[in-house]
Ligand binder design. Structure first.
Ligand SMILES: [Mg+2]
Length: 338
């Protein structure tokens, strides 16, 4: 039996990127019960990819009728795509629930069901969202004091140089990554390349608008740091076209349609010579547990959402400073507090 339940997440501080600032997020949990176990999935809709908390329930009603047998999880995405067009976070929740049902029925973690390695997860970056200069600097300083070694700073403002200077001031040794969230022009991005080098930035995520692959390819030719696609990657099928324009891709299950689709995108990216980051929306530790399964196969990890939340309904995902520990338990290995 399939059911869905809406819930809300709140970030501890308003979370800002170039397009918006929010502190409340509408999410939906999917439960798939079979033979005494219940698999769970999370829909983390993002308006940029055409979904909201208001559209997911209606999408789920349509998709649930097409879901079929959870053991046929490798062909689930095809059935869901035939039932409804692009609605990736709703499909992600269903695919997550399907694979967890099967993993729970055999008493193993989902990663075992899918044949994925366990072990060490690369340290996750912690995101410093857009806020006032002094708030961003204070957040960076606090993160370093808590033991974080990698910060990802949101840019895409008229004061990007000042933000980098302020962060380097308080965190001179930290590994710094930049995400412009598609907010720069090509000329602005070209000028920023030298600034990024001056501040020893490790990688640059999505400098230009999502559809501007030619611009990204041109920028990449003069860049000395890796350029990573995020907004430009909106489905598994969009991966091959990114290989000329980018050095790597940021995979998020909520935009790809679930953990099996995330794995397909990862393998496709590797076949096309792309490096891989696994990232997230603002989502609970349930969604993060699913993404974390891919993390041992990735070059970069950006799964910090649980660290940004004021509180959350999910427990069982442990962190050691910036390092996520893969839960040992069956299924996703996390518990939902009722
Ligand atoms: Mg991004």
């Amino acid at each position: 039996m399939l059911t869905w339940t809406p819930f809300e997440l709140h970030t501890a501080q308003p979370f800002g990127i170039a397009r918006w600032t929010h502190s409340a997020y509408e999410r939906v949990r999917v439960d798939w019960s079979l033979d005494g176990v219940t698999g769970r999935g999370e829909a983390a809709p993002n308006a940029f990819y055409g979904e909201t908390g208001a559209t997911v329930p209606a999408a789920l009603e349509r998709l649930m009728g097409a879901a079929g047998d959870p053991w046929e999880f490798r062909t689930l995405a095809g059935r869901l795509d035939a039932a409804l067009g692009h609605h990736p976070s709703a499909k992600c929740a269903l695919e997550m629930a399907a694979v967890e049902v099967c993993a729970l029925l055999v008493g193993r973690p989902v990663r075992d069901l899918l044949g994925l390695p366990g072990g060490e997860v690369p340290e996750s970056s912690l995101t410093i969202g857009l806020a006032s200069l002094s708030e961003m600097a204070a957040q960076a300083q606090a993160a370093v004091a808590r033991g974080h070694g990698i910060l990802k700073v949101k840019l895409g403002t008229p004061q990007d140089e000042a933000i980098l200077a302020a962060l380097r001031d308080v965190a001179p040794e930290v590994t710094l990554r930049v995400d412009a969230n598609a907010a720069w022009s090509l000329s602005r991005a070209r000028r920023m390349l030298d600034v990024l080098a001056d501040y020893r930035v490790e990688l640059l995520e999505q400098p230009l608008p999502a559809g501007d692959l030619a611009g990204h390819a041109a920028l990449r030719r003069s860049a000395r740091l890796p350029i990573i696609a995020d907004e430009s990657l909106h489905s598994v099928a969009s991966v091959p076209a990114l290989a000329e324009a980018f050095d790597g891709v940021n995979l998020k299950l909520a935009k790809l349609g679930g953990p099996v689709q995330g794995l397909r995108a990862l393998e496709l990216a590797r076949l096309h010579g792309l490096e891989v980051m696994v990232g997230c929306m603002i989502e609970s530790s349930l969604g993060i547990a699913a993404a974390a399964m891919l993390a041992p196969l990735c070059d970069w990890v950006d799964l910090d959402s649980p660290l940004l939340l004021a509180a959350e309904p999910v427990s069982g995902l442990e962190w050691k400073a910036g390092r996520l520990q893969l839960p040992p338990g069956p299924g996703w290995g996390v518990a939902w507090a009722e």
